[in-house]
Write a protein that binds this ligand. Structure first.
Ligand code: FCB
Length: 444
């Protein structure tokens, strides 16, 4: 039996485009995900977030579910195109939705943890160059400052960005997420501007706004392992680590980009002139915590045919519905590494969870044994890490609800609450009931 302290935060997480729906309500204009999901072949079955979980119209019902779970905190994101439907055009109606949501959560004793950017860049910003255009930092600051202004009183913690790796490399280099470009030069620029907008927002919040609440960034991190001891496979693992982890951790915590990766990328990049003097000082500004999204690890081997000289290796470990290895013990390696090489700040696991093909029984039950086991195993590791003094301050299950899983549309269910997308009815899965029990007992 492992105990969690009473200060430890248990939560669940969602993001705006994945659950809100109401794509044409409240003055919202399209984001890059509305455009991308309408582009044939980009999202499985042509699914879109037009309706999603209709959370925009079912907020009260979803708050009731959060109450039932007994979570300490709820993590959600703000749809930028609801707040600025056009450049420089502030939309009060969009803000009113988030004000109501955060206020109602506080009334129910649930702490709102707010993410500013979870990938729904306004289409207007994309048309002006999106994350590739350095001016995006100014547009992001307009958005961030009005959010601080209007919501700071009711928000418990702020995160600037969710998973900059996905918003840059997965979106501009691999083309798998919106806007679907396949150009490393653009991706590295996008990553730089995302990090710069993070630094600028934190600076503004702390220096000019009085920064009362904790603020930080959320990275998707995974420890990388080589398939063998061979020098080639070791190089592959190092490159994978550079591409996924160090490209973000190093500038944020050391104020520099990793030289080995800069050299590797230079084959594909015109020049690094877009990195201006002072940028890295701003990017490495001190935050109050680090958010980590953890799902799995990477296991790789050398591949001369790949730009980054690695490819995924095979393992016969159990896998989630995404095909990701279930490896809770590797969270241990990741956290120790962060503590040794990067930071003493409190760490929040801002996302952890699993997709599995759930079955809704006639009596409304969903016996999701594998997901329950996945969450329990990761909570065990978190409790162990805290016994070892690793200072994990909270854990958020991804996700509260089954939702629009990006390029996979509605085919992957990550929720601890089942959503029948025909009727919009919600059903607590067994994992939700078990999570509620853990929270209530504050032990596992
Ligand atoms: C993360 C995203 C989140 C969700 C999970 C499964 O990369 O932050 O929106 O899609 O993966």
């Amino acid at each position: 039996m492992k105990q969690f302290t009473k200060e430890f935060i248990f939560g669940t997480a969602t993001s705006s485009y994945q659950i809100e729906g109401a794509a044409f309500e409240g003055g919202r204009t399209p984001s890059i995900w509305d455009t991308f999901s309408r582009t044939p072949g980009k999202v499985l079955n042509g699914d879109t977030g037009d309706i999603a979980c209709d959370h925009y119209n079912r907020m009260e019902e979803d708050i009731t579910i959060l109450k039932q779970l007994g979570v300490d905190s709820y993590r959600f994101s703000i749809a930028w195109p609801r707040i600025f439907p056009q450049q420089g055009q502030y939309n009060e109606e969009g803000m009113a939705f988030y004000k109501k949501l955060a206020t109602r959560l506080v009334e129910e004793g649930i702490q709102p943890a707010v993410t500013l950017y979870h990938w729904d860049l306004p289409q207007w910003a994309y048309e002006l160059g999106g994350w590739i255009n350095r001016d995006v930092v100014t547009w992001f600051m307009d958005f961030a400052s009005v959010c601080f202004q209007e919501l700071d009183e009711v928000v418990s913690m702020w995160t600037t960005h969710n998973e900059p790796w996905c918003a840059s490399l997965l979106s501009y280099h691999q083309g798998i997420h919106a806007p679907g470009h396949t150009n490393l030069d653009e991706a590295i620029r996008a990553a730089h501007h995302i990090l710069l907008s993070h630094g600028a927002a934190v600076h503004f919040y702390k220096e000019q706004f009085g920064g009362k609440k904790p603020i930080g960034i959320v990275l998707n991190l995974g420890p990388t392992y080589a398939m063998s001891e061979s020098i080639n496979d070791q190089l592959a693992a190092n490159n994978c680590d550079g591409y996924l982890n160090r490209w973000f951790l190093d500038p944020l915590f050391k104020g520099e980009y990793p030289t080995d990766m800069m050299n590797l990328y230079s084959k594909f990049i015109h020049n690094y002139d877009f990195m201006e003097d002072g940028d890295l000082d701003l990017i490495s500004i001190e935050c109050d915590f680090l958010g980590v999204n953890f799902y799995s690890r990477s296991l790789v081997e050398f591949s001369g045919a790949s730009e980054m000289l690695y490819k995924g290796g095979y393992s016969d470990l159990p896998k989630t519905g995404m095909g990701w290895d279930v490896v809770p013990e590797t969270l241990h390696d990741l956290i120790y590494r962060l503590r040794e090489e990067y930071t003493d700040l409190p760490i929040y696991i801002m996302e952890n969870g699993a997709a599995y093909p759930d079955v809704l029984e006639e009596d409304g039950q969903v016996h999701d044994i594998q997901r329950t086991d996945y969450v329990e195993k990761h909570l065990h590791v978190v409790a162990d890490l805290n016994e070892q003094g690793m200072n994990i301050a909270g854990y958020y299950v991804w996700s509260l609800l089954d939702n629009f899983e990006w390029a996979f549309g509605y085919s992957k269910r990550f929720g601890i609450v089942y959503v029948d997308f025909e009727t919009q009815k919600r059903y607590l899965k067994d994992s939700a009931k078990r999570y509620a029990e853990v929270i209530q007992q504050r032990s596992i």
